[in-house]
Design a binder for this molecule. Structure first.
Ligand code: HEM
Length: 262
């Protein structure tokens, strides 16, 4: 349960819970944006937490956005990672935007420049990019997200490429949802993700882009050698990411059901 929780929450531990909204005639659900479709999962776990929290409080006082932010932190702690203080008081959106999700979320095929500018648009710098990508110390990715890299990239360890090619053949689209671990110790919040980048064993193009002669190489090396610095910086950047344009005051609402606006 903890593990599946982590997989949904970490990548989306944003700020207004818009990703949780199901489609309606007026909600263009972000669940179907390119980066989320058939990928974001575990929504039923959030429903369960929300129900329990509301039961204890007697009514809906804790937003789905705050629940996501706390659950992301607690999942990381449960898998052996750092703790951080989550500032609370976010409110939930009443709308969603699949278009914005499509334009703003980074893609696994991006190079370092594209990744940097995608993060920059959200007020996150290159250090945030490198350390938050360390979230890929957990979880899985589907074949179609690394197929091109497995077959065509040159900055990939040959044996690793071979393994991926057999899991993810070039021409067989029925294999497109086969899963590979983003890091061999995919249920442990450790530094193996970075150690593997040094060996050209990053699973996604966007992972390996962080170590390949660009200006983030040094930081990757640091995190690969120093778990404490990785933890400290990860915690700091999670707080920063979790505070991107939160809805507060009278803006937005506290949803009764995380899947629908009130
Ligand atoms: C740097 C830009 C990023 C890109 C391009 C990216 C891309 C991806 C992709 C393609 C997957 C696999 C999805 C699938 O195949 O269904 C994935 C999974 C994941 N990502 Fe990221 N990601 C990025 C940043 C992050 C950040 C900032 C975090 C959290 C701090 C994160 C945490 C995760 C986790 C935990 C999974 C595993 C999900 C699962 O197993 O269900 N990612 N990411």
């Amino acid at each position: 349960m903890t593990v599946s929780l982590t997989y949904i929450i970490l990548p989306i531990s944003g700020c207004d819970a818009s990703v949780l909204l199901d489609p309606t005639p007026t909600i263009d659900s972000e669940k179907f944006a390119g980066a989320n479709n058939n990928s974001a999962r575990g929504f039923e776990v959030i429903d369960q937490i929300k129900e329990e929290v509301d039961k204890v409080c007697g009514r809906a006082v804790v937003s789905c956005a705050d629940i996501l932010a706390v659950a992301a932190r607690d999942s990381v702690v449960a898998l052996g990672g750092p703790w951080w203080n989550v500032r609370l008081g976010r409110r939930d959106s009443t709308t969603a935007s699949r278009t914005t999700a499509n334009t703003d979320l980074p893609a696994p095929f991006m190079d370092l420049n594209a990744l940097t500018s995608t993060f920059q648009k959200q007020g996150l710098d290159a250090k945030d990019l490198v350390v938050l990508s360390g979230g890929h110390t957990l979880g899985f990715a589907q074949c179609f997200t690394f197929k091109d890299r497995a077959h065509n990239d040159s900055n990939i360890h040959p044996k690793f490429a071979k393994k991926l090619q057999s899991l993810c053949p070039r021409t067989k689209s029925e294999s497109d949802s086969n899963l590979a671990k983003l890091d061999p110790t995919s249920t442990r919040f450790d530094t193996l993700y970075y150690k593997n980048l040094l060996k050209q064993k990053g699973l996604l193009g966007s992972d390996q882009a962080l170590f390949g002669g660009g200006n983030t190489d040094e930081l990757v090396r640091t995190y690969s050698e120093d778990a404490n610095t990785f933890w400290k910086d990860f915690a700091k950047s999670m707080v920063k990411m979790g505070n991107i344009k939160p809805l507060t005051g009278n803006i937005g609402q506290v949803r009764h059901n995380c899947r629908r606006a009130n």
